[in-house]
Structures are given as C-alpha cells and as structure tokens.
Ligand binder design. Sequence first.
Ligand code: NAD
Length: 256
Amino acid sequence: MDLELGGKRALVLGASRGIGMAIAKSLAAEGAVVFAAARSIDKIEGWANGMGNVHPIELDLSAIQAVDTVIDRLLTEGGVDIVVNNGGGPPPGTAEATERAAWITNFEAMAANLFHLTTRLLPPMKERGWGRVISVTSSGVEQPIPNLALSNGIRAALVGWSKTLAGEVAADGITVNVVMPGRIHTQRVDELDAAAAKRTQKDVAEVAANSRAAIPVGRYGKPEEFADVVTFLASARASYVTGSRIRIDGGAIKSI
Ligand code: NAD
C-alpha cells in the first residue's frame, strides 16, 4: 500500500517521547517532512539525530505566544499538510477536588491552544485541497477513568471540537479524526503505575500485571502500534475516514 506521504509536511506535537515521538518517527520513515515539537528540543534532537527530514521545534503548548510564533514561521513556509495534536497528560484527581484554576490552565494547554493552532494552519490546507488533523485523546473519552477528571473532561471537549471541524472542512479534502489510546507502554504509563503502586501500597509489578490483565489482548500496546494507525490516518489511503474516533486499546474499552 502506497501511503503517499513522501514530501508531505507534518507538525507533530508532544514529540520528545512516547506516543508523539513514535508518530513523528513513523511519518518520517514514510518520507514526510516532520516538524517535531515539544518543550525540550534536546530530547527531540536526541532521537532525530541524523534524520534529515525531522526538524525539532521548541514549543510549550501552554504558552500561546510561543504557539503563535511557531505557526507564523510554518505559515511563511506554506504551512503543513498534517497536524498531530498531542501533548502531556494532566495531573490526576477527582472531579470533586479539581479546582477552577486547574480546569482553566489545563484547558488552555490541552484544548484551546490546540484548537487555535489547528485553525491557523487550515487555510493552506484548504488551498491545496488536502489536509489531515489527528488528535490524540484517551480511552477516557468513551469510558471515563476514575481519578482522571481533568483528562476525562477536557478530552471530551476535543472530541466535540474535532467532530464539528470535520463537518466544516470535509469538502476541502481535509479529514479530522480522534485517536484514543488505551494503555500504550510509554514512560508516562510507567510513571502512572509507579504512582498507583505508591498510593495503594502495592508492588509496582503487581499493579502493572493487574492493569495488563484488564486488557483483552493481555498486554500494553507498543507506541509503534499506535503510530501505525495514526500514520494510516495521515495518509492518502484514509481519505474517506473523517469525524471518527478510533480506539487503539487492545479491546480495553468495554462498550460497543
Ligand atoms: P508522555 O508523557 O510520555 O509524552 C507527552 C509528550 O508531550 C512529551 O513529549 C512531553 O514533553 C510533551 N509535552 C508535555 N507537556 C507539554 C507542553 N506543555 N507543551 C509541549 N509539549 C508538552 O505521554 P504519552 O504516553 O506519550 O501520551 C501522549 C498523550 O496521550 C498524553 O496526553 C497522555 O495523557 C495521553 N494518553 C496516553 C495513554 C498511554 O497509554 N500512553 C493513555 C491515555 C492517554
């Protein structure tokens, strides 16, 4: 299958590690020109070393001026064809205990600034009649995860925004989709398991084993397995997939 990604320009956010890094590497391997953005440019330079078609960008998604500066620069070069909205996860906490200020700060970094960034990048996609917008959310948007109120709430907003935008730009050749990780084995998942072990005073291996046992496939997903699906959605082959939510969860979400 020819994905026709050669020469396409892709902006991948949250690309210093984990899922974002895997997506950036996968798109680059298919010949795309990848702008890999995260707060730490050193970490991106670390993995992109020697990959001529990967361009590291320093960007803190919580800082709107920095977001606009990066977009201004990309727009002077004709914008991009593919946007992968990804970034850090919010801190855990119950809905009851989450304060207004936390909702606002995290909504900016995880939603409002991504909406703004994507919207600014749409005009050149429309001119070319081709574009892909893919947003990384969580299984929590379909099956809310206890003690992750910020993630469940804010990511649900991303799903509503994505579906609305999909309808608006479909006729311009731009697809807009959401991907939902279940448990993908990244550093963040190891950190979450370690935190859960501390909280419940259990061994971390036991916590991870219980977590794996709750997934029908019986294991955590690999970041590369997640990136494969995103790469397909970013490709020419996925031209009739838009306004969708795609689960990449080893069967973990219980609803149909
Ligand atoms: P991760 O924490 O390993 O990586 C997050 C990336 O985002 C890193 O590159 C980090 O530097 C970057 N980032 C964080 N804050 C940023 C900011 N303010 N500005 C710019 N970049 C920033 O996470 P991951 O496991 O790769 O997951 C990616 C996203 O998917 C996260 O939002 C996570 O919450 C979500 N998610 C992951 C899983 C999973 O199983 N891994 C499950 C559900 C949801």
